[in-house]
Design a protein. Structure first.
Length: 95
């Protein structure tokens, strides 16, 4: 799970160094999920997604650990937003 095409970059790095990827094929691009769920026409970067989700957009960008932590925070905020939206819709009376 990561925000964006990190999987492709990792696979290229493993291949370039003659290593087999330790990751399964089950990969989730959080940036793509955000783009689809928000109805946007174009991809949104982690900084913009963080801001739109109400997260502090300031962190040590392009640090593997810091980006992973920020992506996890964004995933949690996105999941909460979707869950709350579904709960709100379910609590409304049917027409």
């Amino acid at each position: 799970m990561a925000w964006g095409a990190d999987r492709r970059a990792l696979d290229e790095e493993f291949s370039r160094n003659g290593l087999e990827s330790p990751f399964s094929e089950a990969w989730c691009d959080l940036g793509l999920q955000f783009t689809l769920l928000s109805g946007r026409d174009a991809a949104v970067g982690l900084a913009t997604g963080s801001e739109l989700l109400g997260l502090d957009p300031e962190w040590e960008r392009h640090s593997g650990v810091a980006d992973a932590v920020q992506a996890a925070k964004a995933w949690a905020a996105l999941a909460t937003t979707v869950r709350n939206s579904i709960a709100d819709a379910a609590s409304r009376p049917s027409p």
